[in-house]
Design a protein around this ligand. Sequence first.
Ligand code: UDP
Length: 244
Amino acid sequence: MGGAVVKKGRIYEGKAKVVYETDDPSTVIIEFKDDATAFDGKKRGTIGGKGEACAAITARAFEYLESCGIATHYRGWISRREIAARRVRILPVEAVVRNVVAGSLAKRLGLEEGLSLREPVFETYYKSDELGDPMVNDYHILALGLATREEIAVIERMSLEINRHLTEFFDKAGLRLVDFKLEFGVADGDILLADEISPDTCRLWDKESLTKLDKDRFRRDLGGVEEAYQEVVRRVELAHGMAR
Ligand code: UDP
């Protein structure tokens, strides 16, 4: 699936991905790069094999979510570092769901990393590189016209449902889904899960040892970054099949 489209010019290049248009106006090709950035682009580097790892994990996660009835932009696998996706208008609101305290939540509320939350926490951030993605609430989103009330409600409902499915998806691979960031897009009035699901956008800890197997290894100079991404691919493929 997806192999029939012909790649054309690039329409967008971000920190970790390039988006190409295709001969089908409703389909784009997303290429995952090895480039990594953190702290609003202040820290830069490359992680060998990251593009392929993130493409593989994203493809598996989107296939799984589709099988659970979640509407996503995913249209299929193109090559080792490329997927086909429905062309969408990305909403400038990033959704974060947290199951365990980590990262900015630990800092902001003075909590210890690793504390299990009594229930999942849903947060929204304004997608703006210049501002460093500040946290916003529904009032800000509506007042700035970033999304409609209906869109906010759908994003929240879908994010919490996706959290339930992804928690199971990663649990089967021996991983604890600590927290993650989602982006949503609009196409023909439908709200679809878009962007990626990978160790770049999720905190994933080994279920038993709590070893970090995600981008925090890069952010915090923990070493073993490439190995961590490969380990997540290996476990996801093992748990969710190799067939393509
Ligand atoms: N995240 C992301 N992109 C961002 C900010 C956060 O993918 O621009 C992810 C991050 O990997 C983590 C979750 O969202 O899984 C929550 O991140 P947090 O707010 O703790 O911020 P961080 O500590 O990453 O700055």
